[in-house]
Design a protein around this ligand. Structure first.
Ligand SMILES: Nc1ncnc2c1ncn2[C@@H]1O[C@H](COP(=O)(O)OP(=O)(O)OP(=O)(O)O)[C@@H](O)[C@H]1O
Length: 335
């Protein structure tokens, strides 16, 4: 059996008193496209830098195809990271795109030209027009696409993308999406994308991982933000309409705790009962290749995502704007 492309073991990274990354165990399989989503400061860029082998973890281990790796090791040649704010060398587009290939000791001029053409075409920039363009004569969207072309020219085994559409318009964002999917189909590249752009991500990833306070969740989760009030060993969230949520408090003291609930543990009830929470259905989405429907329900400042069976949807005649009663698990993870 093929070893996973990455195996993470007890990975811990910190820049100060708080951990930026804390992952006990995580596998990335070959040729997967994974979306990494999480709020600002959750640890997305840090995780990508650790996997990109450009930052040394405080402790723990990363295995690449079964072998332990460290920053700037040989394996790093197969992994490439497009950072949040990519920079170009103060040279023309052609020299920028072939730079990584030259470092990898590719000297054949025809091959360099051929790889340049392919990479530029992948990101939707005419190679002839852009080859001689200096780095300063590019728009923001073009700069981002040239930076992506620099990575694609390497035909990487792993492509890590940090907010690739953060400062580009819809047209460039679509071209970047196409380029990423083409790379995946051409070379079976394993791709991890950190992005806040849910609409752009739609239908791209095979898996979505959530990251929060350096912890990665591979299952669909929901965040229940505070404020939480402490009473008799419980943390309570009170809503303006009189409803409340109550869970056992965490053993340790957590500053501004957030409750994490797995979507699969949220149950839909046919009607109100003692423990249920009355929410409003905001959205019902049909997921591709899945018989279940994804419901987004909200109550004041909280929003929950969970799946329900199509038959149940018909039976209860759920509709956006209508109320829905949900039962939340007794146990939550506090972070
Ligand atoms: N070089 C650094 N020095 C000190 N702290 C850092 C450094 N880089 C990141 N951090 C801290 O580590 C935590 C994780 O940051 P990171 O940039 O990985 O988050 P992120 O999820 O990528 O955020 P964003 O969505 O805002 O880009 C944050 O608390 C951040 O302040």
């Amino acid at each position: 059996m093929l070893a996973p492309i990455f195996e993470i073991k007890n990975l811990f990274h910190t820049y100060g008193p708080k951990p930026a990354i804390k992952i006990d165990h995580l596998l990335v399989e070959k040729a997967e496209i994974i979306a990494l989503v999480g709020p600002n400061g959750a640890g997305k860029s840090t995780l990508l830098k650790l996997l990109g082998l450009i930052e040394r973890p405080t402790s723990g281990e990363i295995l690449f195809k079964g072998k332990p790796v460290s920053p700037f090791s040989q394996a790093a040649k197969n992994i490439t990271l497009l950072p949040q704010q990519p920079f170009l060398l103060k040279r023309r587009v052609f020299e920028n795109v072939i730079y990584g290939l030259k470092i990898r000791k590719i000297k054949n001029k025809n091959l360099l030209r051929q790889k340049f053409h392919q990479a530029l075409e992948l990101v939707g920039l005419p190679p002839e027009e852009f080859a001689k363009r200096p780095w300063y004569a590019l728009s923001g969207g073009e700069t981002q696409r040239v930076a992506l072309a620099c990575r694609l020219a390497l035909e990487p085994e792993v492509l890590l993308l940090d907010e690739p559409t953060a400062s580009v318009d819809i047209h460039s964002a679509l071209l970047i999406k196409e380029a990423i999917l083409n790379a995946y189909h051409l070379w079976n590249t394993t791709i991890i994308i950190a992005s806040h752009d849910q609409a752009w991500l739609d239908e791209v990833p095979h898996k979505t991982w959530h990251i929060f306070k350096g912890h990665v969740f591979t299952k669909e989760i929901n965040f229940l933000w505070g404020p939480w009030e402490m009473a008799n060993g419980k943390l309570i969230k009170k809503f303006k309409n009189g409803q409340k949520l109550m869970f056992n408090a965490p053993r340790e003291n957590i500053d501004k705790p957030v409750a994490i609930i797995e979507s699969s543990k949220i149950k839909v009830l046919p009607q109100k009962d003692k423990k249920s929470l009355k929410m409003t259905i905001k959205q019902i989405n049909k997921e591709i290749n899945c018989k279940d429907l994804k419901i987004t329900a909200s109550l004041e400042d909280i929003s929950l995502n969970f799946k329900i069976n199509e038959n149940l949807l018909k039976k209860y005649n759920f509709w956006p704007g209508e109320p829905i009663y949900v039962d939340l698990p007794d146990q939550v993870t506090w972070l």
